[in-house]
Design a protein around this ligand. Structure first.
Ligand code: FRU
Length: 417
């Protein structure tokens, strides 16, 4: 049976469950997108890294498995991490999950490749410092003032979210430098930190998680960011946390700098709840979840913008609409972009056979999405005072909406029947 939900440009696995983008890098001209992968099933019981490669960010090839949970320090899962290039070698860093007597134990591990896809793991791993629980994960590597730095998502023994920092002169020996950022806003745990370097100004991406401690369980989580500065090994925020994406499906973003100097972000395009995940129509075809499109990050006058890449705008069928009050777009079987400038602050755009609706009513903009597991609409208030322009990137079951040149972005999965 034809799969009408199969996306054209959003990366998704041919089988199994995909979650976080990992190890994003451009190495010898080639783009690498590793990802969390259960290639055996549609649940989270097994984790390895899979790999997509591309030479233009548009045409991708899935290379299959890249790192397997095949050693004592990672036998229960290759968790998220990042990559960098040094001395013509690709270095990836990831968290090895190795349960001991049923209890989680984390090791921060490294693997190196000289140019082929074979990554050789270093034998040892970093153990968790005393002040944290074993929720210590997702190493993010950056170079700062000539020094390598590694940020980690953490939970203190007082059950507060935190980001830890290590430094290294050579990527091989690492020194723990304490808590880079710890703040009650990081809830009971923090995952997948990223630091985006705009010179003096830095953007810190975080995924705070509210947790119930007994039994240890994720209650809710989201992706946010701070703009601020770095003083030695501490991050000093200059604003309050902001959501990276105001839509329904966005988590665990990762940012890398490509050879053109662009800061490019991918994220896992899912925040599905249990029943949405259980009833996700792609299960029938043996796979579940996708990544967002890559977005370029720009910092302008203290404001972070997320912009679609030129490559994608050029590749799509583009329709432009100006100063109309009502739009209705049916679902098509192609990747399409709609660019719009609404007539005024009172409009309605219906997309994908009314599965997605953007409506500005009585001074308040809303995003509505039909939930395929209940058939009801879910809605989110869009936190913005005026909508000047919209760019809507519409794939067969994934939509990304960029408002006011990327000041606000909203991502959502949807399924037409
Ligand atoms: C985020 C996350 C990471 C972890 C990975 C495991 O979605 O929980 O913190 O490394 O997924 O798949």
């Amino acid at each position: 049976m034809e799969n009408i939900h199969k996306n054209i440009l959003h990366l998704e696995p041919s089988r199994g469950l995909l979650n976080d983008p990992n190890g994003l890098v451009q190495f010898n001209g080639k783009y690498y997108v590793f990802h969390q992968w259960n290639r055996f099933g549609l649940d989270h019981s097994y984790k390895e890294w899979g790999l997509f490669t591309s030479s233009d960010l548009l045409h991708w090839h899935h290379e299959g498995s890249a790192i397997l949970p095949d050693s004592m320090l990672d036998k229960d899962g290759i968790y998220s991490g990042s990559a960098t290039v040094a001395n013509d070698q690709l270095h990836v860093f990831f968290t090895g999950n190795s349960k001991q007597n049923g209890q989680r134990k984390s090791y921060q591990r490294q693997a190196v490749s000289n140019g082929n896809f074979k990554l050789i793991k270093k034998e040892k791993g970093l153990e968790t410092p005393d002040e944290f629980t074993e929720h210590f994960c997702d190493p993010y590597i950056i170079k700062n003032n000539g020094e390598w730095q590694m940020l980690l998502g953490a939970q203190t023994k007082k059950y507060q979210g935190a980001i830890a920092i290590y430094t290294s002169p050579d990527l091989y020996s690492w020194d723990y430098r304490g808590i880079y950022f710890g703040n009650p806003i990081l809830d009971q745990m923090c995952e997948c930190p990223n630091l985006v370097d705009f010179g003096e100004e830095k953007v810190l991406l975080v995924c705070p998680q509210k947790r119930q401690i007994k039994p240890d369980k994720d209650i809710s989580s989201y992706s946010g960011y701070f703009i601020g500065r770095q003083n030695k090994y501490r991050f000093l925020p200059e604003n309050r946390i902001q959501k990276l994406d105001q839509g329904f499906d966005f988590y665990a973003p990762q940012v890398f700098t490509d050879e053109k100097g662009r800061k490019i972000m991918f994220a896992w395009m899912s925040r599905m709840n249990e029943s949405q995940e259980q009833q996700c129509p792609t299960r029938e075809y043996g796979y579940i979840h996708c990544l967002t499109l890559p977005r370029k990050l720009v910092l302008k006058k203290g404001q972070l913008y997320q912009k679609p890449l030129e490559e994608y705008r050029n590749a799509a069928k583009l329709e432009r609409h100006f100063r109309e009050r009502e739009h209705e777009f049916q679902m098509s079987t192609d990747f399409e972009i709609y660019e719009m400038e609404p007539a005024d602050n009172d409009f309605k755009v219906e997309l994908c056979n009314k599965n997605i609706i953007i409506e500005y009513k009585d001074g308040q903009p809303w995003l509505k999405r039909k939930d395929w597991s209940s058939n009801n609409y879910e809605q989110k208030k869009i936190k913005i005072s005026a909508i000047n322009n919209l760019s809507i990137y519409c794939d067969c079951s994934a939509i990304e909406i960029f408002i006011n040149d990327g000041q606000i972005v909203m991502s959502a999965r949807y399924f037409c029947f």
